[in-house]
Design a protein around this ligand. Structure first.
Ligand SMILES: Cc1cc2nc3c(=O)[nH]c(=O)nc-3n(C[C@H](O)[C@H](O)[C@H](O)COP(=O)(O)OP(=O)(O)OC[C@H]3O[C@@H](n4cnc5c(N)ncnc54)[C@H](O)[C@@H]3O)c2cc1C
Length: 406
């Protein structure tokens, strides 16, 4: 078998596989194929500090290009993998080049979901997933007075804060009855609703955009109840869909993500998948799921590199995530589900508190707002399986760190 590892996708997870392989003294060939023109970069700052910091690409690079060449990691940027020949164990790129592999890693990430309403295919409708999108938003920012954001999830809310910092008026249109409804508790949703409204963001819950009309003076978003919102531009932030087409065309199992087992192997033992594009069995959730977070992509990458260098183990990392929305810094660890019981530690009125979630008395997750001390201790407790009881969680007098020492 060839000892060449080909990684499709030069994002957070794909790059981590390559770095970890070299750290583990893997001395075979490593090739990363990425369809974006830029050296590998981090996405989280794009909706946070990147624009505030002047949009310097250097501020978001994952590693300088020299880092890769020094470690003999070949980067093929601006190149797209278009087909996998599993029998020949080879990948075809968009320029016709064929690369054979001993092992293939699919790290193709996700792309923004395009909701099906008229008027979205227009230069005034922006999105934010890539560096190119961030540059476009930055270019337009000085002339923007009002933006309508479709989607009240993490990215829509982070961009709303960023726009408010530039005195842009913002309308958020969210179909669900609360913000970030898929992933956080009601207490956290309610806090962020108040927070954003206090900063001047106009938020419509239970509202859906039916169409976007374009005229000489900008856009008009028409909602299902007939309301119209005027804006200079629209930001579409209605979630993502995994990039699975390459895998599906090659006959790999796909179901809301490329289906992998507990070791992140696809239905073909010569192909792994990771990060935003992979649906894996989670020991924390007790079901198959797909997560969109840096932690998930990076830890997946490390696990695959470990397996390829002889250290096989199932994926069990505790999920964690962060989202910075203006002055409100949210950290989440673990995985909650609808119906989990929330227990509050601290007072939302102070802007600093945590919410512990419990299912049948077991701590499943913790959400912290401007409360990093509590969060780090709670995360370590969750990760080490010690957990806390609802009484302990609710009592700020109990030092959570002291529980770790027992
Ligand atoms: C604006 C923004 C803010 C975010 N903020 C946070 C945050 O605060 N905290 C957090 O934990 N997560 C955050 N995320 C999510 C996080 O960035 C992703 O979960 C993470 O990047 C996933 O890594 P990945 O390697 O799976 O995919 P990606 O990093 O998306 O990389 C996949 C790459 O593969 C490329 N690709 C796809 N198909 C092909 C092909 N056929 N050939 C070649 N290349 C291909 C894609 O173009 C892309 O460059 C944010 C994401 C965005 C967009």
């Amino acid at each position: 078998m060839s000892d060449r590892v080909i990684i499709i996708g030069a994002g957070q997870g794909g790059v981590e596989v390559a770095i970890s392989l070299r750290q583990r003294n893997f001395d075979g060939e490593i090739v990363i194929v990425g369809d974006e023109p830029h050296p590998p970069y981090q996405r989280p700052p794009l909706s946070k500090d990147f624009i505030k910091g002047g949009g310097r690409e250097g501020s978001v690079v994952l590693r300088e290009e020299r880092f890769f060449s020094e470690r003999n990691i070949e980067l093929r940027l601006n190149r797209q993998a278009v087909a996998i020949d599993r029998e020949a164990m080879a990948v075809r790129l968009d320029d016709g080049e064929v690369l054979s592999y001993g092992h293939l890693v699919l790290a193709t990430g996700a792309r923004n979901r395009k909701i099906r309403i008229p008027g979205l295919d227009h230069p005034d409708v922006m999105e934010l997933r890539t560096l190119a999108h961030a540059h476009r938003l930055m270019e337009r920012l000085p002339a923007l007075r009002t933006v309508a954001v479709i989607g009240g999830g993490f990215i829509g809310l982070e961009v709303a804060s960023l726009l408010r910092d530039h005195d842009v008026e913002v309308d958020i249109i969210e179909a669900a009855d609360r913000l970030m409804g898929r992933v956080v508790s009601h207490i956290t949703s309610d806090y962020f609703l108040r927070y954003h409204r206090e900063t001047g963001v106009r938020i419509r819950l239970g509202a859906s955009a039916e169409s976007v009309e374009h005229g000489p003076s900008g856009c008009r978003v028409v909602l299902a109840d007939g309301t119209t919102l005027e804006a200079d531009a629209v930001l579409l932030a209605a979630g993502v869909v995994p990039n699975v087409e390459l895998a599906a065309d090659a006959g790999l199992a796909v179901n809301n993500g490329i289906v992998v087992d507990a070791e992140l192997l696809t239905s073909d033992p010569a192909i792994s998948a990771l990060g935003d594009c992979a649906a894996y069995p989670s020991v924390h959730a007790g079901c198959v799921l797909r997560l969109e977070s840096v932690q998930n992509a990076v830890d997946h990458g490390r696990l695959i590199a470990a397996r390829l260098t002889g250290d096989r183990r199932p994926y069990e990392s505790l999920p964690w995530f962060w989202s910075y929305q203006g002055q409100a810094r949210l950290q989440i660890a673990g995985l909650s589900a609808p119906g989990d019981n929330p227990v509050l530690r601290g007072d939302p009125e102070t802007g600093k508190f945590s919410v512990f979630l419990f299912r049948e008395g077991r701590n499943t997750a913790v959400e912290s707002i401007n409360d990093p001390g509590t969060h780090m201790a709670a995360r370590r407790l969750l990760g080490s399986g010690i957990g806390v009881s609802p009484d302990v969680a609710a009592d700020p007098a109990v030092d959570l760190k002291s529980l770790l020492k027992r």
